[in-house]
Design a protein around this ligand. Structure first.
Ligand SMILES: Nc1ncnc2c1ncn2[C@@H]1O[C@H](COP(=O)(O)OP(=O)(O)OP(=O)(O)O)[C@@H](O)[C@H]1O
Ligand SMILES: O=c1[nH]c(=O)c2[nH+]cn([C@@H]3O[C@H](COP(=O)(O)O)[C@@H](O)[C@H]3O)c2[nH]1
Ligand SMILES: NC(=O)CC[C@H](N)C(=O)O
Ligand SMILES: [Mg+2]
Length: 520
């Protein structure tokens, strides 16, 4: 459920593509507010949002299968522009009288589009007769157009790779304009929202802030709110935003679950109290969390246990302050997307983020999640808008389940202590090398593997520590950070020399996808 209502919204109907959220990003980058809805609830959302334009996403299904998803027919009857992408093109054609065939012409990855006709979609970007790189990922293809459509671009595997019915303002492409591997794709999406749909592009974070504050006031009324505060960017921004909206109806709760990094608990509490006059309760719940996790090695069970305990602690603390009606969290859009089958969406669950899929089904408080529609970098802009100090805004993300998901397998206090030391040294070296801001997120992982080493002529049999560092914009996709070997050698030597319990260090060179950023 959206917290905002914007007069010029683009509604994105999600058929389960792994990159649907990138469509939203590109649209927002064009200064236009967009919302994503799963196709199952698209009809209801369409009537609620009254969008100025609709984009249909890609998806894993095939329109040739019985019962495959469709866009609500009203989308094509409302007289507004519609853009279909990949599955979106296929269902648009299937629904409007064209034909789709399950393919023998699969195209995955780089492909080239021949521009067959000038079009408003290509305005100022691609001219008739030119050829351009696009990104494809499809097995099916359109083989007959609905009435009113013409071809504006073709590729080897898809003769109908770009089509248009200019009169009805329906456009569709088989490639993915939302991904960076379609270098001009962002411009095409801009053309769609600005030129074709005629939306101005004046959506800004300042505007979002005002709308969000209004929405919080409406939702909360005179109720009491507690906010889970981790010291991370998201919950700090959420807390300050909610405080602007409802002032002293808000109390923040910092849960020290014993899974924090070295000195983190004390630093977070001191930093927040120094800058803000918002009541903050510091809960020491280390025994509770670690007791419940000991002996548990399944990643999803660990995550769900942590999610459940967070809520137990929040409920207990709420009682102590005389009850609370709302629980606020700094949940972001990627948290929601990656746990999305929990919320009934069409994509596959990758992992249950503790604050979304990890939540127990029955909870006494209602959720307030003002950042639920934003990406990390957008939250940072909102934080600036709210005047948060740079060191809050620039912090690397740290997952709610903390070090528990950086100790693959079962956790013990001893392992957590070893990991804490290694992680602190690694981050210290990163700061000393001036790399902290160039890296999106960096951390150490303690592997449940012991290896043989030799130290001071003696045999050692100790744990392996993996170092991870990634670059990213929003955490949805990431590349490993390309350190120079000198740096890695320096960090590894210090960790092995200074941390008892680790005798080997390795560097993780996996991007996301196929990896995820965290190891569990
Ligand atoms: N130790 C904690 N105590 C209280 N609430 C927490 C704690 N850890 C996480 N949360 C809650 O879960 C939400 C999601 O955690 P997440 O790590 O994604 O965000 P964050 O910690 O606010 O920011 P960042 O992603 O930059 O670390 C937080 O916004 C916060 O509401
Ligand atoms: O608050 C959180 N609760 C979680 O359960 C959780 N799991 C992963 N992360 C963080 O999300 C980003 C993407 O992580 P993954 O690539 O591992 O899914 C990275 O920044 C991760 O650190 C979490 N944050
Ligand atoms: N990426 C997509 O949307 C793919 C659409 C459809 N599943 C196909 O394979 O053609
Ligand atoms: Mg965090």
């Amino acid at each position: 459920m959206s917290t905002t209502a914007h007069p010029d919204t683009v509604l994105i109907i999600d058929f389960g593509s792994q990159v649907t959220q990138l469509i939203a990003r590109r649209v927002r980058e064009a200064g236009v507010y967009s919302e994503i809805v799963p196709f199952q609830s698209a009809e209801e959302a369409f009537h609620r949002v009254k969008p100025k334009a609709v984009i249909l996403s890609g998806g894993p299904a095939s329109t040739t299968e019985i019962g495959s998803p469709r866009a609500p027919q009203v989308v094509f009857e409302a007289g507004i522009p519609v853009l279909g992408i990949c599955y979106g093109e296929q269902t648009m054609c299937a629904q409007l009288g064209g034909k789709v065939e399950a393919g023998h012409h699969r195209e995955f990855g780089r492909a080239f589009l021949e521009i067959e006709a000038d079009s408003a979609l290509f305005e100022g970007v691609w001219a008739k007769g030119t050829r351009h790189q696009v990104w494809m990922s499809h097995g099916d293809r359109v083989t007959a157009l609905p009435d009113g459509f013409r071809i504006i671009g073709t590729s080897n595997g898809a003769p109908f790779a770009a089509i248009a019915d200019e009169k009805r303002k329906f456009y569709a492409v088989q490639f993915h304009p939302e991904v960076v591997h379609t270098p001009d794709g962002a411009k095409l999406l801009q053309n769609f929202v600005h030129e074709i749909a005629g939306i101005k592009g004046d959506w800004t974070m300042a505007a979002y802030k005002e709308q969000a504050i209004e929405a919080i006031r409406r939702q909360v009324g005179k109720g009491r709110v507690i906010c889970g505060l981790s010291g991370g960017v998201d919950s700090s921004v959420a807390a300050v935003l909610i405080h602007e909206a409802v002032g002293d109806q808000l109390t923040c709760i910092f849960v020290d679950h014993g899974l924090m990094r070295k000195n983190e608990a004390a630093e977070v509490v001191a930093m927040f109290r120094e800058h803000y006059n918002i009541p903050l309760v510091h809960v020491d719940a280390a025994d509770l969390f670690i007791g419940a996790l000991e002996g548990e090695s399944d990643p999803e069970t660990k995550r769900k246990t942590i999610g459940r305990l967070f809520i137990e602690v929040f409920e207990a603390e709420a009682k102590k302050i005389g009850g609370a009606d709302f629980l606020a969290q700094g949940t972001l859009y990627p948290d929601v997307i990656e746990s999305v089958s929990f919320t009934g969406g069409p994509s596959v669950t990758i992992k249950s983020h503790h604050n979304v899929g990890g939540l127990p089904e029955r909870m006494n408080m209602k959720l307030v999640e003002p950042l639920r529609e934003l990406f990390k970098d957008e939250v940072r802009v909102l934080g600036k808008e709210l005047g948060l100090p740079e060191h809050f805004i620039g912090r690397h993300p740290f997952p709610g389940p903390g070090l528990a998901i950086r100790c693959p397998g079962g956790i013990t206090r001893e392992k957590l202590d070893i990991l804490r030391e290694a992680d602190a040294i690694y981050l210290d070296e990163i700061r000393k090398a001036g790399l902290y801001d160039a890296i999106w997120q960096a951390f150490a992982v303690l592997l449940p593997v012991q290896t043989v080493g030799v130290m001071g002529d003696g045999r050692t049999y100790e744990f392996v520590c993996a170092l991870r560092a990634v670059t990213s914009v929003d955490g949805m996709t990431a590349d490993f950070y390309h350190y120079d070997m000198e740096f890695l050698g320096r960090a590894a030597t210090r960790i092995i020399n200074e941390v008892k319990g680790i005798n080997r260090v390795v560097y993780d060179v996996t991007s996301k996808p196929p990896g995820t950023i965290e190891w569990e």
